[in-house]
Design a protein. Sequence first.
Length: 402
Amino acid sequence: MRGGGHTSDRSTAPLLGAGSVLRLIRDGEAVTRADLARRTGLARSTVAQRVDALLAHELVYEAGGSSSTGGRPPTILAFNQLAGVVLAADLGATHSRVAVSDLAGAPLAELALDMDISAGPEAVLDLVSERFEELLRQVDRTAADVRGIGIGVPGPVAFATGQPVNPPIMPGWDGFSLPRWFSTRYDAPVLVDNDVNIMALGEHWSHWRDTDHLLFIKVGTGIGCGIVAGRLIHRGAQGAAGDIGHIRVPGNEDVLCRCGNVGCLEAVAGGGALAVQLRAVGLEAENSRDVVRLVRAGEPQAARMVREAGRALGRVLAGSVNFFNPAVIILGGDLGAAHEQLLAGVREVIFERSLPLATRDLRTEPSRLGDRAGVVGAAIMVIEHVLAPDVIDRALQSGVAA
Ligand SMILES: [Zn+2]
């Protein structure tokens, strides 16, 4: 079912419990008992035990015989992606997306909603929780089927505890424990991360799984960067890695940023800054979406400003390209919808200013998931956690399914 490369650790030794066996089956790397024995080096009787445990917990099922070998065909084992569901939410400043997905990350039901993150955690999470219940009803599931919850928020997060840390546009959320809030409603782990990180994860997992090093740039009202290094999300010591929005763009010392500094990338090239510039020339624009609307309508001033924003972004990214040497840079976020102009500006500067070796095979691409990147990534984040070999082993030992 899941073929080819993936983000997880491929090594099966020394973890050779049922969880590792499940991983091999999920990845399609070994799907018969004989393959599993060869691949793990475990005795066939041990493999049989592991598979029996997975069958008993309905995490795998027998999908019929393989026709490729002579004689009685061995039974093919398949991951039961309907063994439960996960809930995912990508919370933005003013609009959000929530979904219920199966355990392979396929969305079963999804909806977008307008809500203001600055209304505070209780009000926002009440709304999100109502939508979760609505989606579960739609797909005929209950809270008991929920194996995990993944949430992305528009601010820095202490990933280990699921608490936002001094989020500038989220008043009332500082230190608020999302896992504790959900614990009264669901008996399932809750993982929380910065929205740009889950977008990077969603895009990487869906379209770039064989790429080791990738940057995902979200250009909306703010500008942030999700970093995939060695196929894993790199968060940094304080969860602040990739906060490129406040790197200074030379030549903009007269532009004041909301953070108190001058010349920040976000204040020069963010959607809010572009809307201000467009209003200054007499066009109607309140936010990044209006900027995109004007570009799409063929408004030349809007197209020119977005291309110039791409150049400013390119000036900051040129340094990141030299420093990090990514294989791919993905542009997403609201302004990613105007990617022709944005990417043109980015490419112009990056290829001029970065080292030739760093840009030799560098690809710059628009997000393919678009405004779904975050909610897909939030689901994948929690699926990879609840199906991790050690988590499965513990769950099976305690007699609870996944
Ligand atoms: Zn700033």
